[in-house]
Design a protein around this ligand. Sequence first.
Ligand code: GDP
Ligand code: MG
Length: 162
Amino acid sequence: MFTLAIVGRPNVGKSTLFNRLVGKRLALVDDQPGVTRDLREGSARLGDLKFTVIDTAGLEEATDDSLQGRMRRLTERAVDMADAALFVIDARVGVTPTDQVFAEILRKKGHPVFLAANKCEGRAAESGLLEAYSLGLGEPLALSAEHGEGMAELAGMLRPLI
Ligand code: GDP
Ligand code: MG
């Protein structure tokens, strides 16, 4: 089954997108022995497409470990489990230094990477969407995970790989 890892810094809307794709078909990775609780896996449906999706869920929790170190490990683990990565930024905030670190991690991995600018409903996202081009990961897909906008375009992007 084609597997997509949703990656990006905390608060960009990864879990909102995961929940929209998975709905009630959530399987917690927690329950499986030897698998980190910081990744959630579910069966996604997007139009006629079916695939597995992984959410990097553990970055939000404060621990003694640095965010940067955890971010790198979790992201690499999720991407290693996946066929492709969907790298999400917050278009209302624009590109942050942390986003640039993520872009670098993903470039080094060499997996197919799709770039999504989330929270794109309304005009507050226009400049952030343009900034996303500076990450050097191609054309950003304008999404609103919360409002369900850009889902047909996301399907169109994934379809050739599935
Ligand atoms: P994560 O930390 O990347 O998993 O982000 P979450 O999915 O937990 O979302 C972080 C915050 O962004 C929450 O308050 C969401 O309701 C909000 N959010 C998610 N998607 C959107 C969106 O498309 N538009 C807007 N305006 N807010 C969103
Ligand atoms: Mg989350």
